[in-house]
Structure formats: C-alpha cells, structure tokens
Design a protein around this ligand. Structure first.
Ligand code: UDP
Length: 312
C-alpha cells in the first residue's frame, strides 16, 4: 500500500522483498527485487545499482504470540537484519529512514490514550525487537547523522478500497489477525472466531485495540519522509485513530457490515497481549498534517470485507 501511495505521489519505487510472507503479484507498484535482508551482498548490490533518497522498512516478523515462543527468529530478522540494512545505507550515504515501529513498544499502558512520551516497557519479544531498532536509530542519527522517523502503528487493518482497483490486500498463511479471521468466519459458516481472553479488565472483558487503515498509514509514511527531506529532525509518531474497540465489538461491527452471522468461541488469553492499546496521534496530525480517510471501524472493515470477498 505504501508503494502504491508513493507511485501515485510520483516517486520511483524499488521493492526489496524475500517473499517469505509477501506476494510477487502485489509488487506491481514500482520495480520488484526478490532478495533477503540477511544477505548483505544482495543489499550492497541493490544500493550500488540505485541512488536511493529514502528507505521505508516494513520487513519484520510481526506475530506477538509467535514471538513469545520463537524469540530467536524475531531478534534475527527484526534486529540483526535491520542492522544489515542500516549498515548498507550508511556505506551508501543514504540518510533517510522510515521505520515501521509499533505500539507494542509501550507494553502495558500506564496512561491512555498513549502518547509518544509514554514509557516504553514492551511485554513481548516482538515489541522488544522493535524497541531495539528504535534505539539503534537514535544512535545512528547521533553518530552518523542518519535521519529517521519511527512510526508506531497501532493495529493496521483494511485494504485499498475497491474503486482504486489496486488488487492488493491482506493474505497471510496461516492467518492470525482478528479482522481477516472474523471476515473469513462471516464467509464460511464452518469457521468460528476465538476470542482470546474474556476476563481482561476492559468494558466487556476482551482486549481493546485501535484499528487504523493501511492507506492512512501509507500516507503518513510519505508525509514523514517529506518532512525529513525538508530538513526536520528525526522523530517518532503514533499512528492510530484514537478509538479503542474490543474484540467483541470488532466481531459485532463485522456482523453488521457483512450482514452475516459470525460464530464466536471464548478462548484463553493469548500470551503477550496487553488488555488495552489505544493511541493518541495528535503529534502526527499536528506536525505532519496527517488526516485519516478511514477513521471509522465500519469503513475499515468495509474495505477488508470487499477484499476478502474478492479472493472468493
Ligand atoms: N484476537 C482474538 N482472536 C483471534 C485473533 C486475535 O481474540 O483469532 C485478539 C488478539 O488477542 C488481540 C486483538 O484480537 O487482542 C488483535 O489481534 P491481532 O492479531 O489482529 O493484532 P495484534 O494486536 O497482534 O497486532
């Protein structure tokens, strides 16, 4: 989605992806190169062949639950491989980096909604790997003058609206994310959605999250990059809608948007999940002029539903 937004804004895009979870048929906005961040020679070759103005780094493992059981996989890919990328950028004098960070760097909130100055005490390895990179970025800026924006996403969701004919959306195998799983259950009466934890200290006992549309996230990447191009200092931004929805509320909203029944089953808590994560994105709105085109959960789920049905 970011490649599409960059392409529409007139930038030339090169996408570097090992296709471990990505899809070659989605690499049509810009030039696609298949390669791995673990392979510094491939990265060096890529940077030798292109004169990059900026790098946006999305490649990471991002499953909270899996990170608890397979931390080595997370530290290697999310930290070591990011270091490879930063070192190759430094060697090629590329000094503008937009990083996909996460609200998982905050851990259990001590104050809501979460602002950028909230303490960062991540409660799972995924969040810790992203925080390690945030520290790396601060150090690279101080020592080498590499400018960055760390964008702390809340829950990315939705897909490019159908009228854009973009042909891109979410496909994970296996799928673990709430909204696509709920929509798959809406399509297939044989499927049941598990609610991970019904005894949290929230209004209905299920976890509360702040869902933000992928196209709005993509816009924030371009605005952040252009702010660095204009000579502004490195910084961090929360990217969320500021509205928290419980797992049960997401399921109810999906039932309304789809007009289908969704089978639900109460299940044990998933390891590593804080009860509530809701962000304050005032700083991004104020400093970047970021505006969300998809601020309601109905609208976000509506685009995800169109996408899920198109996979039919
Ligand atoms: N969740 C759930 N059932 C599922 C998948 C997720 O109850 O089958 C919950 C999960 O515990 C979390 C919220 O839904 O509280 C969002 O999870 P997701 O995996 O979509 O995103 P994450 O918060 O891990 O980025």
């Amino acid at each position: 989605h970011a490649a599409m937004a960059l392409d529409k804004a007139g930038y030339e895009v090169v996408i570097f992806d090992n296709l471990s979870t990505g899809h070659e048929e989605f690499m049509h906005f810009g030039k696609g190169v298949v390669g791995d961040l673990a392979d510094k020679n491939a990265l060096t070759d890529l940077f030798d062949r292109h004169d990059f103005a900026a790098v946006m780094h999305f490649a990471a493992h991002a499953y909270v639950g899996e990170s608890v059981f397979e931390p080595a996989k997370y530290y290697r890919n999310n930290v070591v491989n990011t270091l490879n990328l930063l070192e190759v950028m430094k060697a090629h004098d590329v000094g503008c980096f937009i990083f996909s960070s996460t609200c998982a760097t905050y851990g259990d909130p001590v104050q809501l909604p979460i602002t950028e100055t909230h303490p960062q005490n991540p409660v799972n390895p995924y969040g810790r790997t992203k925080l390690a990179v945030e520290w790396m970025l601060r150090d690279f800026d101080r020592a080498y003058g590499m400018k960055y924006c760390a964008l702390r996403y809340f829950n990315a969701a939705g897909a490019a609206p159908q009228e854009m004919n973009a042909g891109i959306g979410e496909i994970h195998t296996p799928e673990t994310h709430l909204i696509p799983l709920v929509l798959q259950a809406a399509l297939d009466p044989g499927k049941t959605v598990k609610v991970f934890g019904t005894d949290y200290d929230t209004r209905d006992g299920s976890c509360i999250r702040d869902y933000v549309h992928v196209c709005d996230l993509a816009d924030a990447h371009i605005l952040s990059m252009e702010r660095l191009f204009a000579g502004e200092a490195s910084t961090v931004y929360n990217l969320g809608n500021g509205d928290g929805y419980s797992v049960k509320e997401v399921i109810d909203c999906a039932a309304k948007v789809t007009g289908r029944d969704i089978a639900v089953q109460a299940s044990p808590r998933r390891e590593g999940d804080p009860a509530t994560l809701v962000g304050n994105a005032e700083k991004a709105r104020h400093e970047l002029g970021w505006k969300q085109n998809f601020s309601s959960l109905d609208a976000i789920i509506g685009t995800a539903w169109d996408w899920e049905q198109s996979l039919g």
